[in-house]
Design a protein around this ligand. Structure first.
Ligand SMILES: [Zn+2]
Length: 251
């Protein structure tokens, strides 16, 4: 979502940050305006807005929050409005799960592992130290940042590993395939502007629906034939989140 917003926001003058949700009022009152927006960056699941005034606004959209350009036309719950010289950016968040905090300085300490889209040479060793189910491990942002629930299922399917297997049970070949599958799946998702599904409310910066949903190989397909072997896709729940997999070709 940052890729579409960045060019509109970076370099613009931020005139005001308005907390529509009063819960965020005190925190956002700390932002010194007017100021220029230095950069807007994604870091794992967090979005960092750095100002030339030396502050960073950290947004954690969590399950239902999303940053959008312009006021939404529907009844989406707007929680924060950024008034910029170039237009308006909003945080909409139906279930009010998103968090926002203001940090002095630009070096923000986030509880995040290395980025999933960066070099993954360290992955094999870290996996070998954990007994966590591999899909749960992939979603643990402290271990690797930026893999959501949908993509964790898709990655396991692409590698051909059972998402319930302990991370430390993966062989060298499987780790190698995993290192290739992570950037491949995430890269395709970014190209398709994310995935829009009824349960996660994700939309691009202009509210456009992502096209990746049509490209999903296994997620949301329980009971349907596996695209690879024709077997039946199953669903299970891991840490409260749905996992989809083919028991025949994911071992
Ligand atoms: Zn299969």
């Amino acid at each position: 979502m940052v890729r579409g917003l960045g060019p509109r926001v970076e370099g613009a003058v931020l005139h005001e940050v308005q907390a529509v949700d009063r819960v965020l009022e005190a925190e956002l009152a700390r932002v010194r305006t007017p100021t220029k927006v230095h950069s807007l960056r994604r870091r794992g699941k967090f979005v960092l807005l750095h100002t030339d005034g030396g502050q960073t606004v950290v947004v954690h959209p969590r399950m239902t929050g999303r940053l959008m350009w312009g006021m939404p036309s529907d009844d989406a719950r707007v929680r924060v409005v950024w008034r910029l010289s170039t237009g308006t950016m909003v945080l909409v968040d139906q279930r009010r799960l998103a968090t926002v905090c203001v940090v002095e300085g630009s070096a923000v300490e986030l509880p995040l592992g290395p980025e999933a889209l960066d070099e993954l040479g360290w992955l094999d060793e870290k996996l070998s130290c954990s007994r966590m189910p591999v899909k749960v491990w992939l979603m643990d942002q402290r271990k690797i940042a930026g893999i959501g629930n949908i993509y964790a299922s898709e990655i396991c399917f692409r590698v051909g590993i059972d998402p319930r297997r302990p991370a430390d049970s993966l062989g060298d070949d499987e780790c190698l395939r995993l290192r290739a599958a992570i950037p491949a799946v995430l890269g395709e998702a970014i190209d398709q502007q994310g995935t829009t599904l009824s349960d996660n409310g994700y939309c691009g910066p202009g509210g456009e629906r992502g096209r990746f949903a049509a490209e999903l190989s296994v997620y949301g397909r329980q009971g349907a034939p596996c695209l690879r072997c024709g077997g039946t896709v199953l669903r299970c729940v891991q840490c409260g989140r749905s996992t989809f997999f083919c028991p025949a070709c994911q071992r």
